[in-house]
Ligand binder design. Structure first.
Ligand code: SAH
Length: 225
């Protein structure tokens, strides 16, 4: 990247971090947001906007989430560093990289093959060897590696699917946008011996979760993969 472009991006990143500090208290999360180069997870033509606090298109009708939402969801997991975390919806791989900065192992699943491939390549190029990217079909999440101390769903779901809760460790935390497929509320679901507790984190807008635990491609008018 040309030097001038680089310093412009660094300045934009500085401004973004100042903005995130208004809402995010966890210094570890802020440090992860500072160290992961979001510019690497978007296409060349969008690189100039990489550090604006907004979602950006990543192709195939999908988006890389807004940085504030990424930071909020990550903060809600309260990671200590030794957890295994599952992400549903790899997309660009950016959220997986933020998680990889903060915990031991990240398993992330995606249903669109070219996105999974590109995300895996960027994550490998950046040296994140604690992230596994898997292509999913009809299965919700990645039960093979369950249980997970943290689960992040970065696509909207109509409800909290029991099949996902089953993949959560005894004291695990699940962050998931739940609602209609155009607007949702971000929920934090915490597992405990007494059952599940749910906390509302605020309104949000994600692309829909497709398949088990989400909406069918036909309902959304998407072409079948
Ligand atoms: N976390 C991503 C953004 C996610 S966009 C990032 O940091 O860039 C939501 C993603 O979820 C899309 O890529 C979409 O293809 C994927 N998705 C939708 N339904 C899914 C499912 N059932 N399993 C896995 N991924 C799914």
């Amino acid at each position: 990247m040309a030097k001038a472009t680089y310093s412009l991006l660094e300045r934009a990143k500085g401004r973004l971090l100042t903005e995130l500090r208004h809402d995010i208290r966890d210094e570890r999360v802020l440090a992860a947001m500072a160290s992961v180069p979001r510019a690497k997870f978007v296409s060349d033509d969008l690189r100039a906007f990489a550090y604006e606090n907004r979602p950006l298109p990543i192709g195939h009708g999908q988006t890389i989430s807004q940085p504030l939402i990424v930071a909020m969801m990550t903060e809600a997991l309260e990671l200590k560093g030794d957890e295994k975390v599952l992400e549903l919806g790899t997309g660009s791989g950016y959220q997986a990289a933020i998680l990889a900065e903060l915990t031991a192992r990240v398993v992330t699943v995606e249903r669109i093959a070219p996105l999974a491939e590109r995300a895996a390549a960027v994550l490998a190029e950046l040296g994140y060897d604690n992230v596994q990217v898997h292509l999913t079909g009809d299965t919700l999440g990645w039960p093979e590696e369950a249980p997970y101390e943290g689960i992040l769903v970065t696509a909207a779901a109509p409800d909290v699917a029991p099949g996902l809760v089953e993949q959560l460790a005894p004291e695990g935390r699940l962050v998931i946008p739940v609602g209609a497929h155009d607007v949702q509320e971000l929920l934090l679901v915490t597992n405990s011996p007494d059952g599940l507790t749910t906390k509302r984190l605020g309104p949000c807008r994600f692309v829909p979760l497709v398949g088990a635990g989400g909406w069918s491609s036909a309902e959304l008018g998407f072409p079948e993969l």
